[in-house]
Design a binder for this molecule. Structure first.
Ligand SMILES: *Cc1c(COP(=O)(O)O)cnc(C)c1O
Length: 384
């Protein structure tokens, strides 16, 4: 179906941060499959993990124990707030599991009317009917009604609006700590802490969507760690599989207490191939120094981007984001900026708020930062 306005490029192979098209062109990939290829393309360690597993066992379903899934779950719970994990194939499914878990939690507690979730303007949680009903953006929902009931939308960053929206039917607050599709809009530390406090005061669950900002992207394993808070539920995907479709819903034992045998499921979720790659990604992301590297290289890129903004104020209006989840607010239409950057050999991703997203593999070095900045500078001169 023609649901995408695709760029007319076919890539035939990738190597680290570079993609090679069938027409011979080479691109520096600061899109990384929309924050997915955290270790770049054709990473030898991931290729080895996937092919070794492919020779042994692909799929058995969740009617049986899956060794790779158990080890990945154990490692994710050891590294985070969570006690328990449900694996999926995509972000939307991971988010949907979280939404179902929230309703079930209050239902089993006897609070059956407590079904509503507070969500935020310009949020993005995926494309299922529940996820678009939660985000309620016009471009996501137009023509797809009736929507799922139960979501109360408030402005992002506005703690007072959240407080005012809480009723005795509010079950949870759900947000991206840094909105991705919405334009790299980061919730402040005070905002995140305020939401945690409100959840504690009102017996609500805090549900974070770290599908884009998690898995090391901001220089911490998960973005909420910067605020010194923990959620009750968290959706993860994108980077967790490094390019293999994999998602996960993480939760505390208490929050997940209603998710008993038979209440939820997925045929493929967490299958041997996906979790072999997920374990290999986690090996690298948890290696000592990896997240420090993201912080250092992200800081360098952010400094360089601030320099570009100062030199080209009509084209680039400001830098936002954290680690290697960065955005440049644009003067010209962001679509035109993305096309011009691509013509000069740099891939990026457009976002809301007229922002171009830079989401490179997390293992890039200074040379790639300088190469990207040179292309951005050249493109800015062309666009003035
Ligand atoms: C990409 C994304 C999703 C949806 O993930 P899919 O794998 O496309 O279903 C949900 N939430 C956020 C924050 C995302 O960036």
């Amino acid at each position: 179906m023609p649901t995408y306005a695709r760029a007319d490029i076919v890539f035939e192979r990738g190597e680290g941060p570079y993609l090679y098209a069938t027409d011979g062109r080479r691109f520096l990939d600061f899109a990384a499959g929309v924050a997915v290829n955290v270790l770049g393309h054709a990473n030898p360690y991931l290729v080895e993990a996937l092919t070794a597993q492919a020779h042994k066992l692909w799929h058995t379903s969740n009617l049986f124990r899956v060794a790779g899934q158990e080890s990945l779950a154990k490692r994710l719970t050891e590294a985070t707030f969570a006690d328990t994990v449900f694996f999926t194939n995509s972000g939307a499914e991971a988010w949907e599991c979280g939404a179902k878990l929230i309703r079930k939690y209050h239902y089993e507690k006897g609070d059956k009317a407590r079904t509503r979730i507070i969500t935020f303007e310009q949020a993005f949680h995926g494309r299922t009917l529940a996820a678009v009903s939660a985000a309620q953006q016009e471009k996501l929902i137009k023509g797809f009604g009736p929507l799922l009931d139960g979501f109360d939308l408030v402005p992002f960053g506005d703690l007072e609006a959240v407080r005012a929206a809480i009723t005795d039917r509010t079950a949870a607050i759900c947000l991206e700590p840094i909105q991705g599709e919405g334009g790299i809009r980061a919730g402040s530390v005070e905002f995140l802490r305020g939401l945690r406090d409100l959840c504690d005061q009102h017996g609500m669950l805090l549900f974070l969507d770290e599908i884009q900002c998690g898995m090391g992207r901001t220089g911490k394993l998960f973005a909420h760690e910067w605020a010194g808070i923990t959620p009750d539920v968290m959706a993860v995907a994108k980077g967790i599989g490094g390019g293999f479709p994999l998602g996960a819903c993480l939760a505390t034992e208490k929050a997940a207490s209603g998710m008993t045998a038979g209440t939820h499921g997925s045929t493929y979720g967490g299958n041997p191939l996906a979790t072999a790659v997920g374990n290999a990604v986690l090996d690298k992301v948890l290696e000592p120094g990896f997240l420090d590297h993201v912080q250092r290289i992200g800081g360098l890129l952010q400094d360089r981007l601030a320099g570009l903004v100062a030199e080209n104020p009509s084209v680039f209006k400001g830098v936002r984001g954290k680690g290697l989840m960065l955005g440049l607010a644009c003067g010209p239409a962001v679509g035109d900026v993305v096309v011009a950057l691509r013509a000069n050999g740099l891939l990026s991703v457009p976002a809301g708020d007229n922002v171009v997203r830079l989401l490179p593999p997390l293992n890039i070095g200074e040379a790639e930062v300088e190469e990207a900045v040179a292309i951005l500078a050249k493109t800015a001169k062309e666009l003035v």
